[in-house]
Design a protein around this ligand. Structure first.
Ligand code: NAP
Length: 306
């Protein structure tokens, strides 16, 4: 017989764990499903300095604290990759690669996944110097030189993290202005180990067949071609939503982000979406947590109304 829960939360990032806390505290039976360890992108984040209550906290440490809170009122956790959702009106079935679960309400918090740069050498040197996670791989580049590609919050905060480990960080950005928060920009500009190459695209990641040795670049203002030597290349050029499993529900915009109202309701009754996977402006741990609380509470109200 299929396991049955009042609420199934898909994705155990900060939003999902908060939704599970709220729904289970409202006395609903709750299952969180995640394909890996709880925490989502917090696990790839060195220091979080903009979560209230902590001057600074390591991403994995905050994830652990949130997880402990999320299971405190009885929510359960299962590993699995959700393949699809069957929506039979008031009842819904969640199909994972391991099991099928029956539920009344679903909260989607699957987040987003790093985007690849899409240049020659990127796949070839994946794991051989090309990385998307400074926290995971930065230590391999102790006292070595690395390149960071991108100009957003991720690129600059991880460049700062890498500056503490490596001998030199070169940020290559396609425009002449960063998108990152000003506080991060100021810190990066003041850091003697970080230098910037502006208006420049990386056209190829090169190596000696065994490992990365640098990147080829093109200045998009002057068309000048050049190269930068580096032992590691960290790519932070944005994220794509993880919504493939929900394509049948027709709840996304044309880029794949899930559309919700302020109650975190999608267009399908009983299906909510929260956190980075949602069409929204500010993707932060704090905003994911806020979304999670709203969805957890509204899932309770939805179930009460059935
Ligand atoms: P993002 O904000 O989308 O920034 C992506 C960066 O990559 C932009 O600078 C963009 O350039 C550049 N880019 C995109 N495609 C490119 C390409 N093909 N070639 C070269 N450069 C390319 O992504 P993110 O930095 O990963 O951040 C994602 C979300 O998480 C954001 O909402 C961010 O605020 C949040 N976040 C917050 C924190 C924090 O609060 N500490 C930390 C990390 C992430 P353009 O600027 O020219 O578009």
């Amino acid at each position: 017989m299929m396991e049955k829960y009042d609420v199934i939360v898909i994705g155990a990032g900060p939003g999902g764990m908060t939704a599970a806390l709220y729904a289970s505290r409202a006395n609903l039976s709750v299952l969180m499903i995640d394909r890996g360890i709880y925490g989502g992108q917090m696990n790839n984040t060195a220091e979080i300095e903009n979560y209230p209550g902590f001057k600074s906290i390591l991403g994995p440490d905050l994830a652990k604290k949130m997880y402990e809170g999320s299971i405190n009122f009885g929510a359960k956790y299962a590993y699995g990759t959700v393949q699809s959702i069957e929506n039979n009106g008031k009842g819904k079935i969640v199909h994972t690669d391991e099991n099928d679960y029956e539920t009344s309400s679903i909260i989607i918090g699957t987040g987003s996944q790093y985007r690849k740069l899409g240049v020659e050498g990127e796949d070839e040197y994946g794991g051989k110097g090309v990385s998307y996670c400074a926290v995971c791989d930065g230590a391999f580049f102790k006292n070595k030189e690395v390149v960071v590609i991108g100009g957003g919050d991720s690129a600059i905060s991880e460049a700062l993290y890498l500056a503490g480990i490596t001998s030199k960080v070169t940020v290559i950005h396609r425009r002449d202005q960063l998108r990152a928060q000003k506080v991060l920009q100021d810190r990066a500009f003041a850091n003697g180990k970080i230098n910037f190459i502006w208006n420049t695209n990386v056209t190829e990641i090169v190596g000696d067949n065994m490992k990365v040795t640098g990147v080829k670049t093109l200045n998009n203002q002057t068309n000048e071609e050049s190269s930068v030597d580096a032992n590691g290349v960290f790519v932070y050029v944005g994220n794509n939503p993880m919504t493939e499993a929900f394509s049948d529900l027709d709840i996304t915009d044309d880029k794949g982000w899930i559309k919700t109202n302020e109650r975190m309701e999608t267009s399908v009754p009983g299906v909510f979406a929260i956190g980075d996977v949602r069409q929204k402006e500010l993707r932060q741990v704090t905003t994911a947590v806020g979304d999670g609380g709203i969805a957890g509470q509204n899932a309770f109200e939805y179930i009460s109304s059935l």
